[in-house]
Design a protein around this ligand. Structure first.
Ligand code: FAD
Length: 514
């Protein structure tokens, strides 16, 4: 009753203050259990994202109390004579306004109000979670049963729906595939307002469309995520290379061990262009086992590469972990005496980036613009990318960590909506830069954004067929190029599941038919 009153109140204000393209009486008739808010704080936070470079004000924000709330709101927009853009927003950690909608409605999926708590099935080794659940909370709830999801992102304060709409990748992806290949079933509200359960067996076209679908085909309200027995501890190792070929050969060798018992559990890496960045927010170096002065290392073209690997273990096999790690390290060609090792609980490893976040927040360096660029680079051209970008365009000032690690394409599902390069192995290169307004032009937003454009142009001119991860384009022509052969399928799925183009308009793929 109270929420009905709040809704009526909110909508009356909505009509008075902004004028509504959707016939307001339609919204008033909606039986919503949650709250439709016009509060400046809600509208303000839905107008921003982590990228800090775009703003778009929605008319109102729904805090749903159930999947039915989501379905009712979307159905109402779909059936309305005027139409209305609707964007699901997870934790708003997009870079380019992908979860925003100007003058439409944002459905705030993550937040304090959780329609359903995670439900773990120990027997079947899965957890059912609300689409707005943050991965950190998924982890906390499954650990109560000694279980954990298999595939992760580096940072856990992201929503399940938000990462599944892209892929969700980290150093486990070479072995387990991205997060979206570790999902058994979804509940989805389509752009017609239907609430459907889908999986590989049931409504499989919708399931494949939504995974990696950039929010275009439906709003994920529940995901059934595969679990494994949670390791207790992690041996976390970093080794350095001055030779790019040796570095990538070792990374590729390590990911070729996918599925075998004798392998590392996580394979990532990063580029050190500037010695000052060796201790960046993403990667504080721990004490070396064999002390080495990094500045004394010969860097090939002024660049060093760091391979980052982990081995998970249970306390019961703590006595063999040293030998297992040694045996694997022996096969690699890193710079001798550059082994940095630490050992920590599994949760602390998974949640490592949050610690860095807290430090940056304390220095007011978290809420700054983030002109990030994430690319999938085909293995056959990664050396050209190294020459042209790491040793070329970037100079010696990167303004943030640069991750680089390979993945096995056969661990991705080509039926989903995501696009990756057409080779068995491709690399993620993530330029995770923060723009500062400190008078240094080379750290400013304009400089870094121009550099991103130069990198994309270089790839174009050199014929390096990169694909953007977490893609951002402003014209449909660019999107058509991005999807390539998949565009026909992508647009057919759009016609089927969101024929009025009302969902996730902030991606700017389809012009709204309002
Ligand atoms: P939002 O930004 O809220 O939404 C993103 C898109 O998904 C929007 O189009 C939105 O409409 C749609 N969407 C949101 N919820 C739903 C839903 N329930 N159903 C359907 N569509 C929905 N990514 C990785 O893969 N690996 C990483 O290691 C990684 N690390 C990151 C670290 C940081 C600090 C940040 C800021 C981002 C990182 N990302 C990483 C990127 C991140 O996965 C994406 O930006 C993701 O979309 C963020 O999730 P979110 O919940 O904030 O989504």
């Amino acid at each position: 009753m109270a929420s009905k009153f709040l809704l009526t109140f909110a909508i009356c204000r909505l009509i008075v203050t902004v004028g509504l393209t959707l016939d307001p009486t339609e919204l008033l008739r909606l039986e919503l259990e949650g709250q439709l808010s016009l509060e400046p704080a809600d509208v303000g936070s839905a107008s921003r994202d982590f990228g800090g470079m775009q703003t778009a004000h929605p008319m109102a924000v729904l805090h749903p109390a159930s999947a039915q709330d989501v379905a009712r709101l979307v159905k109402s927009a779909y059936e309305s004579a005027h139409g209305l853009g609707i964007s699901a927003r997870g934790h708003g950690h997009s870079i380019n306004g992908q979860a925003m909608t100007a003058n439409g409605l944002v459905i705030q999926m993550s937040g304090l109000r959780k329609p359903t708590p995670p439900r773990v099935s120990e027997k079947s080794m899965y957890v059912d979670v609300w689409g707005g659940e943050l991965w950190i909370d998924v982890l906390r709830s499954t650990l109560e049963y000694g279980l954990a999801p298999k595939s992760w992102t580096d940072y856990l304060y992201l929503s399940v729906g938000g990462t599944l709409s892209n892929a969700g990748i980290s150093g486990q992806a070479f072995n387990h595939g991205p997060q979206f290949t570790n999902v058994y079933e979804l509940d989805v509200v389509t752009g017609k307002g239907e609430l459907l359960t889908c999986s590989k067996e049931q409504n499989s076209e919708l399931y494949d469309a939504v995974l990696g679908g950039l929010g275009q085909f439906g709003i994920i309200t529940r995901a059934r995520i595969a679990l494994e027995r949670a390791p207790r501890r992690v041996r976390w190792i970093r080794v350095l290379y001055s030779n790019f070929t040796a570095f990538t050969q070792d990374q590729e060798y390590l990911i070729s061990l996918a599925g075998q018992p004798q392998k590392f559990d996580y394979v990532e890496g990063f580029v050190i262009v500037d010695e000052g960045l060796i201790n960046n927010w993403r990667s504080s170096f721990f004490s070396p086992r064999n002390p080495v002065k990094i500045s004394s290392l010969y860097a090939d073209g002024g660049v060093l590469y760091c391979l980052e690997i982990t081995k998970n273990y249970q306390e019961s096999n703590a006595d063999t972990i040293d030998q297992e790690v040694e045996a694997l390290l022996k096969r690699l060609n890193f710079i001798p005496a550059s082994v940095f090792t630490t050992d920590l609980p599994y949760v602390d490893f998974l949640d490592r980036v949050h610690k860095a976040e807290l430090k940056l927040r304390a220095k007011n360096l978290w809420d700054v613009p983030h002109p990030w660029l994430n690319l999938f680079v085909p293995k056959s051209r990664i050396a050209d990318f190294d020459k042209g970008v790491f040793k070329g365009i970037l100079g010696n000032n990167t303004s943030g960590p640069i991750l680089i690690y390979p993945m096995n394409k056969n661990k991705w599902d080509d039926k989903t909506s995501v696009v990756t390069p057409n080779e068995d192995v491709f690399y993620l290169v993530a330029l995770l830069r923060s723009a500062l307004d400190n008078g240094d032009e080379m750290q400013g937003l304009e400089y870094l954004s121009n550099q991103n454009r130069r990198i994309l142009q270089f790839c174009d001119e050199a014929g390096i067929n990169v694909k953007q991860y977490l893609p951002h384009y402003t014209t449909q022509q660019e999107w058509i190029r991005h999807f390539g052969e998949k565009w026909t399928l992508f647009s057919r799925r759009k016609m089927e599941f969101d024929p009025r183009h009302i969902l996730a308009t902030g991606q700017r793929i389809f012009a709204p038919l309002l």
